[in-house]
Design a protein around this ligand. Structure first.
Ligand code: ZN
Length: 658
């Protein structure tokens, strides 16, 4: 276990106890073996002045919604110790009373809600208190006779607390167990099946006790030859359609669009190939703290069950709910949050890429701990009922809801946009990201990789290469689980030439890029679109289709062919619920081909100013790539749910088209 304490860094935080509290909280947050994604909590007790300038004992405890890795002083809620200590003496305390009374006891009414463990922090008589969900310690406790094993490691230097629900019940339990305790003999508190508390008079002592205790757990696992995990290299390819089907089944069961990411890290593949991977991953989570992120169990994607696995998962989740729920509870969605795919790896399942990351990290930590426990003795998680209580605990669900606003229109949907490096394609990719989609942006130009967004996968390649086109679906499915929205946009504008002078190469190139590559892409995408969620295809054609101009035969013929391809696709794909529509943009001047020089020349050719030339349409408006992108997004979305085979002009109005 790495001790991250650094004297030079620490000195920068030495100006106040609260600053030191920030420093070691971040050290803990930086270590995924200790806490993950907002898990764990820390606190500081010190005197502070209230509004009347009277000194009071205050507990600065991590506020809900803050992550230890990035916490700041403002992330600690200042709560009056007198109130917390009185709350600890209550025989019973409801969740809502606890939350309300903790808020009422805040020194600063604008502070975040104190952690649900605030009372527990308050009763530990040390200035600094740290709490983590360290994987190596939990791996030892999550075995039969886990406590006895831990006693081999820690002896009497820690207090052992049998599992109870976090929050007031846990605080009350610790309160009872510590009435006559000699604190000077203790370095920490082990919460069986849950996590570890350490404490000390200063930040360094509490932090180093945490690191040392965890280090002893790791040494113990090594001594017992239990510290290793299986690893294996991923196979060259995977059945992408199978994963897209599972994603579609999840949608059918939950009515919610989820992204799925295939994790093929050596550890994920190694675990998935264990002969008993399904069985050992079906016993429960690492700590109840993870259940709101991962649900109690992963989905089992065995070959035999591939067709029915999602339905079986949903059914067993409903049963689990029915057997533990109370009348006031409403069932959460029945979708799994991760899956074990034998021979392939793990799958993370979430509605956003942020959540995918949380789930990936937690599932990786879980499979590690499971294997350690199995080598030690046997992986044994908490009983279903205890997990259920935390999963449906309103204070836990509130954590997920915090900050959650109305989801963006394309949340959980996956879009492919070609020719996305610049101009209209880039604007469409950006618009779809803004509207919540996970986007795969493709371009022949390597500069495509300059586009950055957490929900964006960029790929460079030549769409006229069939090998490249055929490789796309698997890359998309591996990253996001499926394909729902296809924007076939890539194109070139060949130099203007009359038919009499038109070079055969120019003609062929235009047909290749502007027509044939779109056919090939559509063809390889169709099996995936059939498994898409509200699937929809957009072709970016041109005003040249309804109103061609001289000198553009190679371009206009290809775009007319593209329009006809789209119309036939609308007929053929409609029965599968896949919509296919087209837009015909004209005179979009904020794209690469329209340099100021070209603009000047064209305007001069028509004896107009550049300004007039740009607005040379019935509405006298200038049309931008963003305007096209907004139209395309609208047509991909639900406003156009009953429209297919449509061609919509976006040209400011053109008397030859109208
Ligand atoms: Zn905890």
């Amino acid at each position: 276990m790495k001790n991250r304490w650094n004297e030079a860094e620490a000195a920068k935080f030495a100006k106040s106890p609260l600053a030191m509290r920030v420093y070691t909280s971040r050290l803990i947050g930086a270590d995924p073996q200790l806490v993950l994604h907002g898990g764990g909590n820390t606190s500081l007790k010190m005197k502070a002045k209230n509004f009347f300038q009277d000194e009071e004992d205050i507990l600065y405890v991590k506020g809900s919604g803050w992550d230890l890795a990035t916490i700041e002083e403002a992330g600690f809620a200042p709560v009056k110790m007198t109130s917390l200590l009185r709350l600890a003496q209550q025989e019973v305390l409801s969740d809502s009373d606890m939350v309300n009374q903790q808020r009422a006891a805040l020194l600063d009414p604008n502070a975040p809600n104190p952690s649900v463990e605030a009372i527990l922090h308050a009763i530990l008589p040390f200035a600094f208190v740290d709490h983590t969900h360290t994987d190596s310690m939990i791996a030892i406790t999550n075995t039969p006779n886990g406590q006895a094993r831990l006693q081999e490691v820690f002896g009497q230097r820690v207090l052992y607390v049998p599992y109870v629900m976090p929050g007031f019940l846990l605080a009350r339990k610790v309160f009872e167990l510590t009435q006559d305790v000699d604190w000077s003999k203790l370095q920490g508190i082990v919460l069986l099946n849950h996590g570890l508390f350490t404490f000390g008079p200063d930040a360094k002592t509490s932090y180093e006790r945490m690191i040392n205790l965890v280090d002893e757990c790791e040494t113990y696992l090594q001594k017992k030859s239990a510290a290793s995990v299986a690893t294996k290299k991923a196979k060259a390819d995977f059945p992408a359609l199978a994963l897209a089907q599972v994603r579609k089944d999840i949608y059918h069961q939950s009515k919610l669009p989820f992204l799925c990411e295939l994790n093929q890290s050596p550890e994920a593949v190694g675990f998935s190939e264990l002969p008993n991977a399904n069985e050992i991953s079906s016993r429960g989570p690492l700590t109840p703290d993870h259940v709101i992120h991962t649900k109690r169990l992963p989905l089992q994607m065995t070959e035999q069950s591939m067709v029915t696995c999602v339905a079986a998962y949903a059914e067993s989740y409903r049963k689990y709910f029915a057997s533990h729920s109370t009348p006031d509870l409403k069932i959460l969605d029945v979708a799994p949050r991760w899956a074990v795919w034998p021979g392939q790896g793990l799958v993370s399942i979430a509605q956003s890429v942020d959540r995918l990351k949380v789930i990936r990290d937690i599932s990786e930590q879980t499979i590690r701990a499971i294997q350690w426990s199995e080598k030690l003795a046997q992986w044994q998680a908490l009983p279903e009922k205890d997990i259920f209580e935390v999963e449906y605990w309103e204070l836990e669900q509130a954590k997920l809801k915090r900050g959650a606003s109305k989801p963006a229109p394309f949340t959980g949907q996956v879009a492919l946009v070609t020719g996305a490096c610049q101009g209209i394609g880039k604007a469409i990719a950006q618009e779809l990201l803004v509207q919540g989609a996970a986007v795969v942006a493709v371009d022949i130009d390597q500069k495509i990789h300059n586009l950055k967004h957490k929900a964006l996968l960029t790929l460079d390649g030549d769409l006229t290469s069939l090998d490249f086109v055929r490789s796309l679906p698997a890359q998309i499915v591996k990253k996001f689980g499926g394909l729902d929205l296809l924007v076939s946009n890539a194109g070139i504008f060949p130099p203007g030439e009359t038919i009499e002078k038109l070079n055969l190469q120019t003609w062929r190139k235009s047909l290749d890029v502007n027509l044939t590559s779109h056919f090939e892409l559509l063809q390889v995408c169709i099996p995936f679109l059939k498994l898409g969620i509200s699937p929809s295809v957009m072709f970016i054609a041109s005003k040249n289709v309804p109103a061609p101009g001289p000198g553009a035969a190679a371009y206009s013929a290809a775009k007319a062919g593209l329009t006809q391809l789209a119309r036939v696709a609308a007929l053929e794909l409609g029965p599968f619920g896949i919509r296919v529509n087209m837009v015909h943009p004209n005179a979009i001047f904020d794209t690469g081909i329209w340099t100021p020089e070209v603009l000047q020349n064209r305007a001069a050719h028509y004896k107009m100013s550049v300004e007039d030339y740009k607005k040379n349409n019935i509405l006298k408006v200038e049309i931008t790539s963003k305007d096209v992108a907004e139209l395309v997004a609208a047509m991909l979305g639900s406003a156009f749910k009953a429209t297919t085979g449509a061609q919509v002009a976006i040209d400011g109005g053109n008397d030859r088209v109208i």
